[in-house]
Design a protein around this ligand. Sequence first.
Ligand code: SF4
Ligand code: FE
Length: 483
Amino acid sequence: MEKILNKEDYLKSISNRDLTIYLMGELVKDPLTHPIIKPSIEAMAETYELAVSEPELASVKSPYTGENINRFLHIAENSEDLFLQNKMQRKLGQLTGTCFQRCVGMDAFNALHSVTFEIDEKYNTPYHENFKSFLTEMHKYNLVIGGAMTDVKGDRSKLPHEQEDEDLYLRIVDRNEKGVYVKGAKAHQTGCINSHWMVVMPTLRLSENDKDYAIVGAIPVDADGITYIYGRQSCDTRSMEPGEYDVGNKYFAGQEAMVIFDNVFIPNEYIFMNGEYDYASMLVERFTTYHRRSYVCKAGVGDVLIGAAATIAEYNGVENASHIKDKIVEMNKLNETIYATGIASSLQGSETKSGNYINDDLLANVCKQHVTKETFEIGRLAQDLAGGLVGSMPSGIDFNEGNMSKDLKKYLKGKDDINAEDRVKILRLIENMTLGRNAVAYLTESLHGAGSPQAQRVQIRRKVDIEEKKDFAKKLSGVKERD
Ligand code: SF4
Ligand code: FE
């Protein structure tokens, strides 16, 4: 295999692979040409494209190979690196209007760098060296890594070993001197089919009885025993309709799939945790700390939606109305709140024992908590500015080719100097991002990705030092003596 240098190399690297992918009951022959899957591959490919068009933003020199690699593969060496990840994420959100899928691997890598080091320190295991060799291999070829964390979880009140069906969390089912075999399923795996490798990781704090579930290892996405079942997105079959009129964003989409592992082998050298259940929660916490501020991606996607809302206001001739201007201000304020908390988290990074950097966990959780809410409010305001037509527009075929095309072009016109076709296109983009395919990326993923809202509230409660705050109040009120 040659090192991937650009989008073309990437597309070539994922062609002719033997993946078992089901989509609507059928085996997918070629994901690259499948109309539903292709836009998600294009979104991933943008991460390579950006490294060519803006190398200072999306590429960086690897300390392992001495050559340039994509920033998504880089281990943060300082707070500036963490911040640059955020800048790149916002940019890619602006360019694609959806989830470009590559941050999970970046955040998993950064978490594993420190966690493997700390496991080794306690247990004298070889995980950090294993991990660095794997990292070097990924850098050498400039590959895409997926991070596979979320198990299907069964009864949420029970630990993995307490489940009636033991496979509801990914676990080791067999071992030999060369490695382990794993079985289970990972849910809503972002970009898995567009990756080269994935790293499986436990999804929650584990107990001593869950040792078989404490497995972290790297697996090529085309390994024997893996099956992908593609996740449906609202209005996804519009990509299969003639004319491409109604898709809203014909270029890009996100991707989630369920991945089923049926006795998949992981050789020893690709194992980064094996039974050290007491480190599962540290891994989950560090991964989510990185990943929750990666959601500044949504500020980039929000930039597109705000742009669409401002454009439709203009096309409708209402852009100067004071309440419209105020709504656009509000959308921007909400959007920048997402970005501000994310970059603040990155810029307050600190060094871990292994020498890499991790962003501030309290602010990462505050960022993600904003993402769960502000995106919905921005989406609501975008629909407000769009008007009811966003949910009632005739099809593109009627508009462009049907018997009523001439009438529709007359009656769907807004402002005099704007043609009806442009107005319809912008309305379809707003529909795509708030109701259609990319609403999965902009809204549902904002709510549940990197942990559902309550998970962040629990972390915020843990991280805030409320006793210190009480002390401030007590001293100024006179309840307590000032020092
Ligand atoms: Fe990256 Fe955002 Fe997609 Fe997560 S949701 S992979 S942070 S683009
Ligand atoms: Fe995600």
